[in-house]
Design a protein. Structure first.
Length: 270
């Protein structure tokens, strides 16, 4: 596991955007194979998407040969609902880059057979050879996608009932009314994420500090699904200084030391 500590949310977002662009550019050397990118929604990746849009507009990166798979989607929200993840992705990212519509894959939370929809999603990922880079954020309880505490670390894409804590946390997007927040969602599993060739998780803010500490210093546990990254051969966590508040001093200094040559995001595209 690598831990990249950035000063603040803006530099965190820029580092990840430049890293994603560098991976896409490297893969573009072989046009016969598309780059398969797993994507999150929510407040954490918003800055990264804005940075990627700027890199695209400057001609630094192209998404023409990129296929995306989103982590999750609410059950029952129309795709054009302002809080659906379909709406979020198209409004905040896809409509501003040159990705092909047929290369965008987002779970259908309104499918007649939700289990079949989850199976279809898993099968398509496997058919394409798996995810090259899966991006994600975490909740204050350390959950990845909607794999909340207690989720199996070998879980696959499935229907998931949301916890009260997650519903309360997400109510800020629904006029602070928990009754408007869907009770269930479709989500990739921890096993789905762990199958990716590379996983990058973004962690920002003091409210994620405990989760970051558990994910790095704690034991691997289904109660903190971020901890599964300890078992991945190519995992990166990019965090800001506020998220480091509960790390041991030795842990913080260790990662700052070994990654000091990799902190400048502009060198990632050189």
């Amino acid at each position: 596991m690598r831990l990249i500590v950035q000063e603040d949310y803006q530099s965190l977002s820029e580092w990840i955007a430049y890293y994603v662009a560098s991976r896409i550019k490297k893969a573009s050397l072989s046009l016969s194979q598309p780059f398969i990118l797993g994507l999150p929604t929510g407040s954490s990746p918003f800055g990264m998407y804005q940075c990627l849009i700027e890199l695209y507009k400057k001609g630094i990166v192209s998404f023409e040969n990129v296929i995306t798979f989103n982590m999750d989607e609410y059950v029952g929200l129309p795709e054009n609902h302002s809080q659906s993840y379909h709406y979020f992705m198209w409004n905040n990212f896809f409509d501003h880059i040159n990705i092909k519509a047929e290369n965008v894959n987002i779970l259908n939370g309104n499918a007649k057979d939700l289990d079949a929809e989850c199976e279809r999603f898993e099968t398509k990922i496997k058919t394409l050879g798996g995810i090259d880079l899966f991006l994600g954020g975490i909740g204050p309880d350390g959950h990845i996608a909607f794999n909340e505490p207690g989720s199996s670390l070998t879980s696959r894409t499935r229907v998931k009932t949301l916890t009260t804590d997650t519903i309360i946390a997400n109510s800020r997007f629904f006029n602070s009314d928990i009754n408007q927040v869907p009770q269930t969602a479709l989500t990739v599993g921890v096993g789905t994420i762990m199958d990716a060739k590379e996983v990058l998780i973004m962690v920002n803010g003091h409210n994620k500090a405990r989760a970051l500490a558990q994910g790095i210093e704690g034991p691997v546990s289904q109660m903190w699904t971020i901890s599964a990254l300890q078992m991945h051969p190519n995992s990166i966590i990019v965090c800001d200084e506020l998220a480091c508040n509960e790390l041991k001093v030795g842990t913080y200094r260790y990662f700052k030391d070994i990654e000091k040559k990799n902190l400048d995001y502009k060198t990632l595209l050189s």
